[in-house]
Design a protein around this ligand. Structure first.
Ligand code: ADP
Ligand code: MG
Length: 407
């Protein structure tokens, strides 16, 4: 089946053609028809499989065909966990709805609110948002969601988990009972599934490849690297593949900054991205990354979910994630659509348990990238970082001693 065969507005079909969307992906094929029929949907499908358009296409179609002229309140609320994602998903809605009368707005904190209020007053059909700023604007009377027709949770498992659940419950208090609720996610636990059922009614459940949440078109490898040596291995890879696009995940903001500084010392240009950076800068950093002006982004899990940059070549887990689920989301930043991607993890001795947890979660063993100890040593020695010279000395001494094998 092609999009041209769907019973949706020709204005949407024309636009999908411009976007190069001819055939629906699996999740789109399974979800769109139910949403068009007015059903609640809970959909689980791997990263990079086109979940955004799976809800955006039918929602835009229904909003367009049930045009409520003159009504200025929000008709579809899409809730997402990060500001970057709000911006991205709003962009997809805007593109799909380009030829229709449906208006979308991405609303988030960290930027001036005056302009946002003006845009809302002009009337917005689809609001894509993170919870914080939205509640501010509701309480100030600038935002009306009382006649909402659609509630969409993207990255639904995260939105229903501890950090956001209270916000979602607050939203539900403000919106009509008679509405369509749509959940989309790549991962979901039993606990969250139960919670989800308390929010939807007789939802259609769609699950694609339920056994293994990891996207099929990503190759995974893990290299055993000691904590203090990780930066030399990163330097080595970034220099060898200097024209490729990398997203590098570290555990904390401080570690992200340290990695950027370490790469700067060896003349590798990277940029840091984390929750401690001012929002305007965060968007600018992302823009430079998307446009290819910068090709190495060092980040925390704040960028693990949902971000869609189709040209991403490599995901590097500089530190393994504490939460096995996040392994799936981080790696899912590559291998988008039909493209293949590579994910490489650095695992130190202290992270072995995390590795086991990830393999138990995905049900698959990650390929071991064997590094011969001579090669390992070469990578340390090849570093342009002067502070590594002591290592060279020790190495030399060991060689002279003939104790080379014992380090
Ligand atoms: P997910 O939310 O499942 O991780 P996205 O919705 O971000 O995935 O989509 C991943 C990529 O696939 C995007 O770059 C999007 O433009 C592309 N895509 C989605 N649907 C189609 C389609 N039907 N045909 C071609 N490309 C598509
Ligand atoms: Mg997504």
């Amino acid at each position: 089946m092609k999009f041209s065969d769907y019973k949706i507005s020709p204005l949407i079909k024309q636009q999908l053609e411009v976007m190069g969307f001819n055939k629906p992906t699996d999740i789109q094929f399974k979800a769109i028809k139910h949403i068009l029929e007015g059903e609640d949907v809970m959909a689980v499908a791997q990263t990079g499989t086109g979940k955004t358009a799976a809800f955006a296409i039918p929602v835009v179609d229904k909003l367009e065909s049930r045009n409520r002229k003159g009504y200025k309140g929000v008709r579809c609320l899409v809730m997402v966990p990060t500001r970057e994602l709000a911006k991205q998903i709003a962009g997809v809605f805007q593109e799909i709805a380009k030829r229709t009368s449906v208006k979308t707005f991405g609303l988030f904190g960290g930027v001036e609110q005056e302009q946002q209020i003006r845009t809302l007053n002009n009337g917005i059909d689809v609001l894509v948002t993170t919870p914080g700023r939205m509640f501010d604007l509701i309480s100030q009377g600038h935002l009306d969601i009382s006649k909402l027709e659609f509630l969409v949770l993207d990255e639904a498992d995260m939105m229903l988990d501890l950090g956001f659940m209270k916000d979602i419950q607050d939203v539900i208090k403000h919106i009509p009972n008679k509405r369509q609720t749509l959940f989309f996610t790549a991962t979901i636990s039993k606990k969250i599934k139960t919670l989800a059922y308390s929010v939807v009614r007789d939802a259609i459940r769609i699950q694609i490849s339920p056994k293994n949440p990891v996207a099929k078109n990503i190759d995974h490898a893990v290299a055993f690297v000691e904590m203090d040596d990780k930066r030399f291995f990163l330097e080595n890879i970034l220099k060898e593949y200097e024209d490729k696009m990398f997203i590098v995940f570290a555990r904390t903001k401080v570690r992200v900054e340290r990695i950027v500084a370490a790469m700067e010392r060896v003349n590798v240009k990277t940029e840091a991205m984390h929750g401690g950076i001012d929002q305007k800068d965060r968007f600018a950093i992302f823009e430079r990354f998307r446009s290819g002006e910068n090709n190495v982004l060092i980040t925390t899990d704040v960028a693990a979910r949902g971000i869609d940059i189709p040209t991403m070549d490599y995901v590097i887990n500089y530190d393994l994630p504490d939460d096995a689920e996040n392994y799936v989301h981080r790696c899912g930043r590559t291998g988008r659509g039909n493209k293949r991607g590579q994910a490489l993890s650095f695992c130190s001795e202290s992270e072995m348990e995390l590795l086991t947890a990830i393999e138990e979660y995905t049900g698959e063993e990650i390929e071991r990238y064997e590094i011969h100890k001579d090669d390992y040593m070469d990578i340390l020695n090849d570093s342009d970082d002067g502070s590594n010279n002591w290592k060279k000395l020790i190495d030399l001494t060991n060689k002279e001693d003939g104790t080379e094998d014992e380090w």
